[in-house]
Design a protein around this ligand. Structure first.
Ligand SMILES: Nc1ncnc2c1ncn2[C@@H]1O[C@H](COP(=O)(O)OP(=O)(O)OP(=O)(O)O)[C@@H](O)[C@H]1O
Length: 286
């Protein structure tokens, strides 16, 4: 199957002081237009590495990414990225922070149209009353709202979210999850979200992609979720299959843990045997 977004045999090798390390290998994934996919896996397995390669912010070592039939070769306005922390210009207002990108992408639009566009998305994320507040005077949750408005205002084909709610308190997190879903569904933006949170993945996504532990991490399992859209949190939590999906995801993560512990123990055993063999050789030589 070829998708609207295709990640084909995507791989990343980082150069480290111990030599090259293959972090992600043969990562294959297809997304339909408007689909929401969560990437879940243990810390350090390579989730952000995959996301930043799709964003064009991290050079791809092997394979590639195509969006709407075109292979990417760097960052572009067709992909909006929201990180855990939004990196705003602190001395600029909420509106001007969003205008920064809008001015670049919509150069030919009139100034009023550009202001209307930026204000529209700031309104949608609940910041209609704070357009002219400086970013440094906004709470963390409000700053993240600006980051989300900034990404949407560029009308991207794809939204890439790297733990976007990770720094927020649980009430703000839930509110922003719902706002984000509302805009995403309306604008039909194809989304990949990196998260550690099984419940967040279940509430937000159409499919959850479980990554195996690195090195050489890849897609280990994919869960297609049966919850209807628009999502209502209480209905999702009450769905008869919610806890079964949750259990399967946690089981997958636990199995990865066991495999890692086993692989670490085998590596230690191997190293010990090698040391013993070397000592034996030295003793025999003497
Ligand atoms: N520039 C780099 N050079 C060398 N190694 C790197 C580099 N960036 C990331 N890594 C390593 O690659 C592995 C995967 O990192 P990555 O941040 O993609 O994982 P992650 O699954 O997103 O982790 P987390 O859930 O903790 O954010 C880690 O072992 C990390 O130390």
């Amino acid at each position: 199957m070829r998708g609207y977004v295709e990640l084909f045999r995507l791989g990343k090798t980082y150069d480290t002081h111990k030599g090259p390390v293959v972090i992600v290998e043969d990562f294959d994934l297809n997304l339909e237009r408007g689909e929401y996919v969560a990437l879940l896996g243990h810390s350090g397995c390579g989730k952000s590495t995959v996301l930043t390669m799709v964003a064009g912010l991290n050079p791809i070592t092997t394979g590639g990414v195509a969006i709407d039939g075109r292979e990417i070769d760097g960052p572009g306005p067709d992909r909006g990225v929201v990180f855990q922390s939004p990196c705003l210009m602190p001395w600029m207002t909420a509106l001007d922070n969003v205008m920064l990108g809008v001015n670049q992408v919509y150069r030919n639009a009139s100034k009023n149209d550009r202001i209307d566009l930026a204000s529209y998305y700031l309104n949608l994320v609940g910041l209609g009353g704070s357009l002219h507040k400086r970013a440094k005077d906004l709470s963390q949750g409000m700053q993240q709202r600006v980051g989300i408005a900034r990404a949407f205002a560029l009308k991207p084909k794809m939204l890439l979210l790297d733990e976007p709610f990770g720094m927020l308190d649980s009430l703000t997190r839930m509110e922003l999850q719902e706002i984000l879903l509302e805009i995403l569904v309306r604008d039909k933006v194809t989304t990949v979200m990196v998260t550690h949170d099984v419940d967040e993945a279940l509430f937000m996504s159409d499919r959850v992609v479980m990554m195996t532990n690195g090195p050489r991490a890849r897609v280990g399992a994919i869960f297609s979720l049966p919850f209807e859209r628009p999502r209502v949190r209480a209905d999702v939590l009450d769905h008869p299959e919610y806890y079964e999906y949750r259990r399967k995801m946690i089981q997958f993560l636990e199995e990865q843990d066991h495999r890692k512990l086993k692989a670490d123990a085998e590596a230690r055993e191997q190293a010990k045997k090698q040391d013993e063999a070397e000592e034996q050789q030295v003793a025999e030589a003497v």
